[in-house]
Design a protein. Structure first.
Length: 106
């Protein structure tokens, strides 16, 4: 059982984790609607699409956000294949490398 001192040191970390989870849930809702709007309106404005992809990258550690990110990438592929390849590579550098490091440690 943790001591009072250990508990008081862990409490702020738990609160930060809860806040991060809440922020991610909000981001999934917001970006999910934006992606649906982009695709629904058949938007071809690259700045709009890339601004959305840029924002979503911060939350792609979440499976729901990753799914939305992939959906927008598939849509954007017909508009700017080069940019999609760059976004996929950025995603891999941000998120896949952590999984690879964890696998190597096992």
């Amino acid at each position: 059982m943790p001591t009072k001192k250990e508990s008081s040191m862990v409490d702020p970390i738990i609160e930060i984790a809860k806040t991060a989870q809440q922020l991610t849930l909000k981001a999934v809702g917001i970006y999910g609607k934006e992606v649906e709007s982009i695709i629904g309106r058949k938007t071809k404005d690259q700045q709009t699409i890339e601004r959305c992809l840029d924002g979503m990258l911060d939350f792609c550690n979440d499976k729901k956000m990753l799914s939305i990110f992939k959906k927008l990438c598939r849509y954007y592929l017909a508009i700017n294949e080069t940019a999609v390849i760059e976004y996929v590579n950025i995603y891999r550098k941000l998120w896949d490398s952590e999984e690879n490091e964890m696998d190597e440690k096992k």
